[in-house]
Design a protein around this ligand. Structure first.
Ligand SMILES: Nc1ncnc2c1ncn2[C@@H]1O[C@H](COP(=O)(O)OP(=O)(O)OP(=O)(O)O)[C@@H](O)[C@H]1O
Length: 257
């Protein structure tokens, strides 16, 4: 499955957010999207999932324009993990994850659906919360449930909007490892918006660095996460070290010039 974004432009009413964004996603790849607050990362992910409709440009899945695909067809290919519970029905954890099976069998659930849901809940260490109300668990637990729902959907492309923003450092690593392993073992792909440059460096095969609604740089972590790019895009002076595998970033202070 190949995803291609061609010259996408998006505006909320008259406020232009994305300008001329083009990118590709390869099979078995984790693509990180980083950039300052308000730069359009979530908007780009929502355009890719067709929650938002770009005013110009096209998004192609294996050459098919997603504009021409039904919601169910898109859901069988792409699983969107929002930042929080906004727009998610109040329900138990298990029912929320079961919703991920809807693109396959409608409202009636089979044993296969239930087995799939239990498998992903187990994978994410969420079995003990299965019967709890999704509104009555912690923000980090909610985030894991939303990831579980996308995994239950068996999508070929996972679209994750800051999947670790509510997680402590152990759970951040656990969730990133789970996503990376699923991508490598099942040959699917993931796009994730991330604020943590060090997580992006460690887990993304390629990184898109965005600035003001445009792609500023794209490439492997070493080529994108440079002192110069971080200063230019974030206005931060940083040290960039290398642990022998990936660069890691130590932010020092806001840059003065
Ligand atoms: N529903 C909306 N209506 C109008 N403007 C919006 C809406 N959602 C986002 N925006 C604006 O669009 C721009 C891009 O927002 P977006 O959420 O895509 O950025 P982001 O890079 O994901 O930010 P963050 O890192 O803070 O989550 C921002 O200026 C934001 O204020």
């Amino acid at each position: 499955m190949k995803l291609k974004v061609n010259n996408v432009e998006f505006a909320y009413k008259s406020i232009s957010v994305l300008e001329n964004v083009s990118m590709e996603l390869n099979r078995a790849e984790v693509l990180g999207i980083v950039g300052p607050n308000g730069t359009g990362k979530s908007t780009l992910i929502r355009c890719i999932d067709h929650i938002l409709n770009p005013k110009r440009g096209s998004i192609l899945l294996d050459g098919h324009n997603i504009n021409k695909m039904s919601r169910m067809e898109i859901a069988r290919k792409m699983g969107y993990v929002p930042q929080n519970l906004e727009g998610v029905f109040p329900a138990s954890v298990i029912d929320t994850v079961l919703m991920g099976r809807r693109p396959y069998l409608g409202w009636k659930n089979s044993k296969e659906d239930l087995d799939c849901v239990l498998e992903v809940l187990e994978l994410l260490g969420m079995m003990e919360f299965a019967m709890r109300d999704i509104k009555e668990i912690s923000g980090g637990q909610q985030q894991k449930v939303l990831i579980a729902r996308a995994l239950a959907q068996k999508a070929i492309i996972l679209l994750l909007d800051e999947p670790t923003s509510n997680l402590d450092i152990r759970h951040q690593l656990e969730v990133m490892e789970i996503i990376k392993n699923i991508v490598k073992n099942k040959g699917i792909s993931a796009i994730m918006a991330l604020h943590d440059l060090n997580l992006a460096s460690r887990y993304a095969d390629r990184i898109i660095l965005m600035k003001d609604g445009k792609i500023f740089a794209v490439g492997n972590p070493t080529s994108v996460l440079t002192v110069e790019n971080i200063k230019e895009v974030y206005g931060v002076r940083a040290l960039v070290k290398d642990d022998g595998k990936n660069p890691y970033i130590i932010p020092l202070e806001p840059a003065t010039s």
